[in-house]
Design a protein around this ligand. Sequence first.
Ligand SMILES: [Zn+2]
Length: 211
Amino acid sequence: MKVAIVSESPADTAAIHILLEALTNRRIELLRDARLRAGGWPSMLYAIDVELIHLHYRTDAHALIAIADSDDSSVHEEAHDLPGGAVENCRVCRLRARIGSVQAKLRPRHVNYSVDVAIGLAVPALEAWLLCGKNPHASEGRFIRERQAGNSLFPARKQLKRELYGTEFPSLQNATACATREATRLAQNLSLLGDHFPFGFRSFAQMIRTW
Ligand SMILES: [Zn+2]
């Protein structure tokens, strides 16, 4: 299965690749010629449509995976899926809107299948997923409650980085090694990750498992 992963860093992509293989129980070939380069949320949002168009016409990719950090944005919830319920400050809603407008205009493809798209939202950042099972406080519910209380999750994100990488500013090599190690651990216990991150991970996993 050929997949392009769009995330905020190559270390995140390495982790998602491992989780994806565990979720699908098959080998995932990453398309390395993706148009998108890591550069945080703004570049993800504005380049996702270019990426999908590229994959559709120029490759035989089966899927496009987009994983965003929520940072201090709204967390996607079921109410957003209702007609007119999309939220401007929700990154899943924003990505879906852009992807949907591209899909509506695509012409037939050179292969007889379309590019499946799955979006995951890591609250507040992928480091929280990767610390699941190691840090009992690394769970979506805790971070959502903090946001609802009006607190920024910026300090929590810095703490997660220190805990996972040993520093707030890891080298790419260190970040990738840590992300790979923890994703390999979690690949053996995906239900734990789903239990702690029901909106961001479990819904993403359910989408992947329908493929
Ligand atoms: Zn949403």
